[in-house]
Design a protein around this ligand. Structure first.
Ligand code: PMP
Length: 297
């Protein structure tokens, strides 16, 4: 993957600089200890041709909450960072893009507080997911971090060592992705996405507490309200998910992506006949600000 070339620019603490000339500190506390917070955001070319950052406010508000919960100095407002992001998109001529803001610490080999943070905003091209690809998912042998050991609702860099281990394990076993349980064995989320499953026309998703409560998850809940699809948030076991009619992951990068099978067992309802598919279609329309099509369930 080519994230940047010699023309790419990024935003670093108020300055637009060339990505190829940006430097980071090998003595940094973030590199050594995973002590940084970040966001994953998408921009889309809308149906009208404009460039629109999807849920910019929600993402930058979460970045601020993540930084504050990690005791990291955070000098910016959400409107400032939103404006900076539009500048990065424009300067790089990007419309369909993935945006990665990161707040990271200076050189510091101790565990002490810092007086400053650095904030960078990078972006690269990412086309919306249009295909009908379905995922083969396995139950991970890794559990999500215990919320008593981590600020699990923060999007902190160090948490993603757990995601990397789970995702690599799934791929090494011939699957596309992992599903992780929480420390009590209930289903929690994917390495970088929340999970929903469908049974008899109803959707089920893990309640907040042991997951990153995703912005896409919140959007899916809104879509369900609009389409009058009943949803239950709660604690569910992998065995309940295995008896589902359909399931999907949702996240900024993943969007809404259906599952073909869970632990090698295919789902009985064809994806195209599921209620979940209606949610996927509504999400696709929403991100590009296309007027919703009438849906027949
Ligand atoms: N869970 C985890 C662990 C994630 O990394 C992500 C991606 N940010 C999500 C869920 C989905 O969150 P969002 O919809 O806000 O992208």
């Amino acid at each position: 993957m080519n994230y940047y070339n010699e023309h790419t620019v990024l935003w670093l603490d108020g300055h637009i600089i060339k990505a190829s000339e940006a430097k980071t500190d090998l003595y940094g506390q973030s590199l050594h200890y995973g002590y940084a917070v970040f966001e994953g955001i998408r921009a889309y070319r809308t149906a009208a041709g404009a460039t629109k950052i999807f849920k910019a406010t929600e993402h930058f508000d979460r970045l601020k909450r993540s930084a504050q919960s990690m005791n990291m100095p955070y000098p910016y407002t959400t409107p400032e960072l939103t404006r900076a992001t539009y500048e990065v998109l424009e300067k790089n001529r990007l419309q369909d893009a993935y945006i990665r803001p990161i707040v990271y610490a200076p050189a510091n080999m101790s565990f002490n507080l810092n007086e400053t943070s650095y904030t960078a905003i990078q972006a690269w091209e990412m086309a919306p997911f249009l295909g009908e690809k379905l995922l083969k998912v396995m139950t991970s042998s890794f559990q999500r971090p215990n919320p008593k050991g981590f600020k699990i609702e923060a999007k902190a860099a160090g948490h993603y060592v757990n995601s990397i281990l789970a995702s690599q394990e799934a791929k090494a076993n011939g699957y596309d992705e992992a599903l992780l349980t929480d420390m009590n064995g209930f289903i929690a989320e994917g390495p970088g996405a929340n999970v929903f499953f469908e049974k008899d026309g109803r959707l089920f998703t893990p309640a907040p507490g042991n997951i990153l409560p995703g912005i896409t998850r919140a959007t899916v809940l809104e879509i369900c309200r609009e389409l009058s699809i009943p949803v239950e948030e709660g604690q569910f076991t992998p065995a309940q998910l295995a008896r589902a009619d359909a399931a999907f992951f949702c996240g900024t990068a993943a969007e809404v992506i259906g599952w073909e099978s869970f632990d090698g067992k295919p789902f009985p309802t064809p994806w195209t006949a599921s209620v979940s598919r209606q949610v996927q279609l509504a999400y696709k329309d929403l991100v590009i600000e296309k007027a919703p099509q009438p849906v027949t369930l």
